[in-house]
Design a binder for this molecule. Structure first.
Ligand code: BES
Ligand code: ZN
Ligand code: ZN
Length: 485
């Protein structure tokens, strides 16, 4: 998709179609006022008038997320039309920085809504819109173009992640993810990648990660990408991603209906790749590391079993009570590795970790878990500017007791399902060293990472959850640092 920014009325620019936003359904002054009145246009309406080559979409305000969602409605409504280009109404700057945010959101709205995973469809159908024209006033064209580019980069990284998560299990395995990571690093001068094999994991004593891999047809991979900015850096942030290219549940086999969609269990690792891609393209002034723990959770003769006791990399012994609680085993060793080898200022893991998080928060919201409430709050507030939803789930000492094991230091799953998202977080916390307790966040993206039907600008399937939230969090951090200087 191409975007053109101009600083005069869009009327002068030729385009196939025009989009008009209608604030709170107020159609007075609109060119097709009488037709809209005839159609009963009101708050919440979308009215496509093909003969006028115009579409009207009601909005309640002009906040970035409202614009993204209105654009999603537009792209959906125009899905069957053979339109190459569309123009938007004029946007004027009011508060400093507001127009830039709106322009980035417009670009995100179009790029995210236009995405479709159709490589296995004999007859793919997707929007034909290739060109978007936006007119602005009160802003330098160069600044407007930069804002649009920012939005396109963020959406591009999200779509890149969607492609990885949507890719099917017979194609996508640990070795493919390692190739993708190497390719990504090859593309940017500021990004490097190292992929570690099974022998290395054995040498590091990453037995929890290795246990999950035991029955898999592919070797595990520990992938470490590092983005180092060319100029100034405000610090080092490490993302750790759960990369289960498939989760059958292992011997604690998932029932048929829950296994379907488990190709999405690599969403955390995929998001960690997308964050590196966006950070490199945005040239963010932070060193960013992504550590991906990648394997499949399979059944078979060699599979790890409930009742097994594993000595993790950190030395904590784990009684396996459920082989379907595998993500936390992979993450335990990866988090331990990241703390010792990377020593970041901030450690954030992303994982489709629990069904309980989806039960608690619904499909569209991720859980933010950790020991530092201020940090959780800060992340939630900054990340939500992206349009992603985050809710804080707090620890409490009573829940901690249910992970106690009779024969090892800890159980990998609590009996019953109550509080499952928090107990999973409490399990991970056993692998967080004292000096990291306050600098660690766990993001459970199990709900939004993959949803069966489309929502807003997300199509059915992978949404790329985590990328936009983390990138907006980082961008806001940068803005804060710059303002402090
Ligand atoms: N990958 C799943 C969690 C999941 C569920 C992600 C639904 C996306 C949608 C995870 O490995 C898992 O199976 N967790 C178990 C934990 C339980 C055994 C303690 C769960 O949530 O049931
Ligand atoms: Zn599982
Ligand atoms: Zn899983």
């Amino acid at each position: 998709m191409r975007f053109k920014v101009i600083d005069r009325e869009t009327m002068d620019v030729s385009s196939d179609y025009e989009l008009r936003f209608v604030l709170n359904g107020d159609i007075s002054g609109m060119p097709d006022h009488s037709t809209l009145a005839l159609c009963g246009f009101e708050k919440g309406s979308v009215c496509d008038l093909p003969t006028m080559k115009r579409i009207y979409v009601s909005i309640t305000d002009d906040k970035p997320e409202t614009l993204r969602l209105a654009i999603a409605k537009t792209v959906k409504a125009l899905a069957g039309h053979k339109i190459d280009s569309i123009r938007l109404p004029k946007f004027s700057a009011s508060e400093p920085g507001e127009l830039e945010e709106q322009l980035a959101a417009i670009a995100e709205g179009f790029e995210l809504s236009a995405y479709s995973f159709d490589k296995y469809k004999s007859k793919p159908s997707r929007t034909t819109i290739e060109r978007v024209v936006v007119s602005v006033s009160g802003i330098d064209l160069a600044d407007a173009e930069e804002a649009i580019l920012k939005g396109r980069i963020i959406a591009g990284a999200t779509n890149y992640v969607r492609d990885i998560v949507n890719e099917i299990p017979q194609e996508y395995n640990s070795l493919r993810m390692a190739e993708d990571a190497e390719d990504l690093a090859g593309y940017y001068g500021t990004v490097t990648c190292r992929c570690y094999d099974k022998a290395y994991l054995e040498q590091e004593g990453m037995n929890a990660f290795l246990a999950v891999n035991q029955a898999g047809p592919y070797e595990p991979r520990l992938i470490h990408l590092s983005y180092v900015p060319d100029g100034e850096s405000y610090g080092r942030i490490c993302f750790v991603g759960k990369g289960l290219t498939y989760d059958t549940g292992g011997l604690s086999l998932k029932p048929t209906s829950s296994m379907y969609t488990m190709k999405s269990d690599k969403s955390g690792a995929a998001a960690a790749l997308g964050i590196i891609k966006a950070a490199a393209e945005l040239e963010l002034p932070y060193q960013i590391d992504s550590v991906l723990g990648v394997t499949e959770n399979c059944i078979g003769n060699g599979a790890y079993k409930p009742d097994d006791v594993i000595r993790s990399r950190a030395g904590v012994t784990i009684e396996v009570t459920n082989t379907d609680a595998e993500g936390r085993l992979v993450l335990a060793d990866c988090l331990s590795w990241a703390q010792d080898h990377i020593k970041p200022d901030l450690l954030i893991d992303l994982a489709t970790l629990t069904g309980a998080c989806v039960v608690g928060l619904g499909d569209y919201t991720s859980g933010v878990i950790g020991n530092n409430y201020d940090l959780q709050m800060e992340f939630k507030t900054k990340a939500q500017d992206s349009g992603e939803n985050y809710t804080i789930l707090e620890f409490n000492p009573h829940l901690e007791k249910i992970l106690e094991s009779k024969i090892a230091d800890v159980k990998n799953s609590a009996p019953g399902t109550m509080g499952g998202a928090i107990t999973a977080g409490l399990f991970l916390d056993k692998f967080i060293k004292d000096e990291y307790k306050d600098r660690w966040l766990h993001l459970d993206i199990a709900g939004p990472a993959y949803v069966g039907s489309d929502w807003g600008y997300n199509p059915a399937g992978a949404s790329g959850a985590g990328v936009r939230g983390c990138i907006y969090f980082l961008m806001r951090e940068v803005e804060e640092r710059v303002a402090e200087q």
